[in-house]
Design a protein around this ligand. Sequence first.
Ligand code: ATP
Length: 218
Amino acid sequence: MKIGIFGGTFNPIHYGHLRAAEEVRERFELTKIIFIPSKNPPLKTQDLLDSVHRYKMTELALSENSFFEISDIEFKRQGKSYSVQTLEELRSIFHGTTLYFILGIDAFLEIPTWWQAERLISLVDFIVISRPSFRFADLLSSPYISASKNDLEKLDKAELELYITTLKGNRSIIAFRIPLIDISATEIRRRVREGKSIKYLLPESVESYIISNRLYKS
Ligand code: ATP
């Protein structure tokens, strides 16, 4: 069994997240992908909507894909939601299963600022996916990765589909190029604030939830 772990604030979840997860699931033949909305993220606190709404929207968005699951693992813990604790818990739940932590390039580059970062990168394998405005060659600035600049640049030029190397601590990291979908939660929140349409950027059920609960208005 191979399981993908996709964490995020999902503020709100959108087609950029969903399509990226589907690309990964299909290419690596994952049994399922578990989406983990962060209850109390230590770093991403700006414009952060109440976790109950973010959880509900994620749940609505995932209902149409039987390979996607939501986890309330971070809702059962008190205090800040640290990824290292989440991954440790998941490792003990899914003992003997290969777990892949799925992240965009932007998020992977932020890991050094996370709690117990070096421990975190030794817990599971990683799949790092394309994200608009970021290049795979940017991964060379990460203190955890030793990689061929040439190969990362080939990913950026679409001459390679994926590139596998190891992280400090010996876990593997797969840099995986996916079609770019230039949607961000920040842009969606801005559009709602400005009274603009968010149609086709996220599932209709999530759009209706945002509208009927008057979220992101102020
Ligand atoms: P915000 O705009 O609020 O910062 P975000 O979408 O960047 O939102 P998260 O919801 O925390 O933030 O993202 C969860 C994960 O999804 C991260 O690993 C991020 O890199 C990835 N991700 C977000 N949007 C995309 C996208 N359009 N394409 C690929 N990956 C994405």
